[in-house]
Ligand binder design. Structure first.
Ligand SMILES: [Zn+2]
Length: 261
């Protein structure tokens, strides 16, 4: 079994370090910057063995070239000409062997069209590395795909085992939960989660990963078929929204313009 540690990059990116405690082999997910990874490896004594990439954005790929200068390792990622360092282009259903474990590739377009996730669907310790698609308490912006694609991708992630640990790529939880509270002011579970999150952030502690079960309960973007959320989004947008995709699209638009209290 692998262990996972966060490496903070820029202001709020997490580069996830997946390592095998027996072999000291380490893989990194979405190294937007190389130096924090090299610093971490120097301290831990682990050896870089490979790189996993979820999508082409520079804050997820900018450190690949420098890491490859440090050590020539395989780079698994989506087919996209913008990421020229990728050695193994993977797609839905492919399997990647990393740090002694098997990760399944799923395609989750919407934030970008090339976005993929790496799923460890072992019944004991399920995990997903989902980049900028599902965040703790929220979801990524829809830059390249359609609302329908993003909603479909979030539904795909929501269907994973409920104990799956969600390793997203940014520390956006507190801001996301302010928005979730705005959408559902009466939901005690959201208020409780916001309070726990605020405490962690006051001590600069990561709020991720989180189990999918918590997301299913408190992340409004995974609950577009909930009648109370639908009513809240309809009231805010002034529109009738017959389908969960339309609820999602309006909620995402609202969040794009939402300012933290
Ligand atoms: Zn991104």
């Amino acid at each position: 079994m692998f262990k996972v540690a966060p490496i903070l990059a820029f202001t709020d990116n997490y580069i996830w370090l997946i390592s095998n405690p027996d072999t000291k082999e380490a893989w990194v997910v979405d190294p937007g910057d190389a130096q924090p990874v090299l610093d971490k490896l120097a301290i831990s004594g682990e050896e870089l063995a490979g790189i996993l990439i979820t999508h082409h954005h520079p804050d997820h790929t900018g450190g690949i070239a420098k890491l490859l200068e440090h050590k020539n390792v395989p780079v698994y990622g989506p087919a996209n000409d913008k990421i020229k360092e990728i050695t193994n282009r993977v797609k839905e259903g492919d399997t990647v062997e990393a740090a002694g474990s098997s990760f399944k590739v799923i395609e989750i377009p919407g934030h970008t069209l090339d976005h993929i996730a790496f799923v460890y669907d072992n019944a004991e310790n399920p995990a997903v590395f989902c980049g900028d698609t599902l965040f703790a308490g929220g979801c990524g912006r829809v830059f390249e795909g359609t609302a329908e694609q993003m909603h479909g991708s979030l539904s795909k992630l929501a269907a994973l085992h409920k104990d799956t640990q969600v390793y997203c790529a940014h520390e956006y939880t507190q801001s996301n939960l302010y928005f979730a509270r705005e959408v559902s002011p009466d939901e005690q579970a959201i208020r409780d989660r916001l309070s726990r999150t605020a405490t962690k952030r006051r001590h600069s502690r990561p709020t991720v990963p989180t189990p999918l079960s918590i997301e299913l309960e408190t992340n409004p973007f995974l609950r577009c078929d909930d009648q109370d959320i639908k009513a809240s989004i309809e009231t805010h947008s002034g529109k009738t929204l017959p389908s969960p995709v339309e609820v999602f699209a309006e909620m995402r638009e609202w969040k794009n313009n939402f300012v933290d209290p």
